[in-house]
Design a protein around this ligand. Sequence first.
Ligand SMILES: Nc1nc2c(c(=O)[nH]1)N[C@H]1C(S)=C(S)[C@@H](COP(=O)(O)O)O[C@H]1N2
Ligand SMILES: [Mo]
Length: 441
Amino acid sequence: MNAKDRGRSRRRFLTEGAALAGLLSPAAAGVLGAMQSANGQTATPKPEAAAKDTRAYGERSHFENSVRTPVSYGSSFNLLPESLEPPPDSDTPLQDSIGIITPSGLHYITSRWRSKPPDIDPQQHRLLIHGMVDHPLILTMDELKRLPSVSRVHFIECAGNTSPYEKPNAETVQETHGRTSCSEWTGVLLSLLLKEAGVQKGASWLVAESADAGKHSVSITLSKAMFDAMLVYGQNGEAVRPEQGYPLRLLVPGFEGVRNVKWLRRIKVVDGPYLAKAESTGYSILRPNLDGKALWYNFELGPKSVITFSASGSRKLSGPGFYEISGLAWSGGGAIRRVEVSTDGGRTWKDAQIQEPVHRVAHTRFRLGWNWDGKEAVLQSRCTDDQGSVQPSLAEFAKTWGVKPEYFKETQKNRQNVNHFNAIQPWRVASDGSVHNAIWL
Ligand SMILES: Nc1nc2c(c(=O)[nH]1)N[C@H]1C(S)=C(S)[C@@H](COP(=O)(O)O)O[C@H]1N2
Ligand SMILES: [Mo]
């Protein structure tokens, strides 16, 4: 865009945005101090009786018992002292998933700082947008909800999901792939507020910060913020769950999970990345092919898929005959265009049927009918996104890292960080119908 166009689009925004004028109160000096007290931890008491009435707010059938399971990592991840009883992270039971939406109560939980969800009263919560902007803004939740909103289906995935390093003995799809979930998110496009605040020349990044005790902070590029980042207050038709960031979270579609700041309270527009605590401890990747140097700010998650049903390590096949192989595919780079399934250890592949509509940067359901002859079989899936990126085999993934495939098995023992691992996941079906993780086969 040349300067003239920029001027024109800024003017157009101002006219379109005229309705917003007066709604957004300009930030005063000393704003941060005010916010800290405004984000106090006292919440309005809930009407207990109504909350316990299962007809007022329903429950699933008592025959259904699919739950999140706690994850335990190595000690390096326990950033809070044991005495504070840091809550464990929890994985989504993908083996039981139906369709593409993760029930809110089963959305995986990762708390980088092992802090409990803060109990934030939405009436007291404020969002501050400041830094290299012409008009700093402070918004209440009510003000945010008056602005033009969007609802979009997107997955979130932890950068460490499927990493052989964190889950040495993973047997089920919940253990191997359970740190991704997909919801319909509702909120305001961040670009709307950044345009309203008036981003200054020279600004190129922003730092987002949370209101919880961990003060989770991350840097993201301004171009991504302007493209599709959202300030989210809705999840699957209701308010975002406390574990997912109530009352407000940042959603950065397709970027590694850690960028999606929960309990968001501050966005500062700046001219470079900040090397914040979270991003300098664990999100750079040491790569042998980079001469011992680390890869920094590796934002976008690659294409990944996994069979979730009938052959996912969580289920024993009850005998030869027909099964529908079903699974999920997703990519941080865009929409899923193709999923292939192999039932013979990768010798031949068939195109799976893809569930419509396909949303960009969202879990996408695939299905393929299969007749099991009762003999040992190896099942796996491979996806391709609309950018043409294809999910790699373990050997191909290793090649791009400049290592032998065994390197990743070794990382289990050495407890070495392997983020953004997206190799094809094979499952071995034994002749007794039991299913096993066959990634190292
Ligand atoms: N405030 C805050 N935001 C956070 C974190 C955190 O610890 N604190 N964890 C991050 C990480 S590592 C991930 S993978 C995602 C997980 O989002 P979820 O718990 O809603 O699944 O949130 C990110 N946002
Ligand atoms: Mo994460």
